[in-house]
Design a protein around this ligand. Structure first.
Ligand code: SAH
Ligand code: CA
Length: 238
């Protein structure tokens, strides 16, 4: 690498310490986190898959994006106990709608009492199913084409590219798709043979493929953000 390339590739200081991450959470994120979201984190904390919940700092950016596009009609693929779902439901207007899809209703039901208590469950249409067939079903009704303002994708990584193709039809021009876990624990930048076992496999490969294909996709404006486990924001431009 040339000196110039090295300088451009060096971090501006972020992501280099746990203390800095804690500083961001304690200064800017936790004090602003709506009480019900804090409760979802609480009831999820003991779950063996708790680490799957959306990072609260990434959530804060998602709420910003939802407001910036005035999102009303949204879709979520991968609900788990409902952190990102409740965040979306709290952020969109009273007559907003979320199509929320997950293969597992049981984990959704862990967060559901909190969602109901927050008074936003009427905005949610939960569908217990694998997501791809639901997206294809939505596309059969031409009214859904180009009608969604926002999509959050946080389920099986192997299908991210398939979801993206459907979402490019379902989203409005100007609508946004957010993909989670696109830095895969940082292992996207680690040579295959040095990747720890639990990060290896088809999911990591799918993320690598997604990152490459999004970078090549002229239909979207792109921003790859090092928040949480990496989130990629795509804005449909045509
Ligand atoms: N967004 C959630 C975390 C989602 S974790 C939060 O903020 O907490 C990933 C979820 O994707 C799991 O709940 C899993 O059941 C679901 N999932 C996995 N494969 C799926 C598929 N093919 N279709 C729909 N959901 C799927
Ligand atoms: Ca995730």
């Amino acid at each position: 690498m040339t000196d110039k390339a090295k300088q451009a590739a060096s971090s501006k200081g972020l992501l280099q310490s746990e203390d800095l991450y804690r500083y961001i959470l304690e200064t800017s994120v936790y004090p602003r986190e709506p009480e019900p979201l804090n409760k979802i984190r609480d009831v999820t904390a003991d779950h063996p898959w708790a680490m799957m919940g959306t990072a609260p700092d990434a959530g804060q950016l998602m709420a910003m994006l939802l407001r910036l596009v005035n999102a009303k009609k949204t879709i979520e693929i991968g609900v788990f106990t409902g952190y990102s779902l409740l965040l979306t439901a709290l952020t969109i207007p009273e007559d907003g709608q979320i199509t929320a899809i997950d293969v597992n209703r049981e984990t959704y039901e862990i967060g559901l009492p909190i969602i109901k208590k927050a008074g936003v469950d009427h905005k949610i249409n939960f569908i217990e199913s694998e997501a791809l067939s639901v997206l294809d079903q939505l596309l059969k009704d031409s009214e859904n084409e180009g009608s969604f303002d926002y999509a959050f994708v946080d389920a099986d990584k192997d299908n991210y590219c398939n979801y993206h193709e459907r979402l490019m039809k379902l989203l409005k021009v100007g609508g946004i798709a957010v993909y989670d876990n696109t830095l895969w624990g940082g292992t996207v930048a680690v040579p295959e043979e040095q990747v720890p076992d639990h990060f290896r496999g088809s999911s990591r490969q799918a993320i690598l493929d997604l990152n490459r294909s999004l970078a090549d996709d002229p239909r979207v404006q792109l921003s790859h953000v090092a928040l949480g486990d990496g989130i990629t924001i795509c804005r449909r431009i045509f």
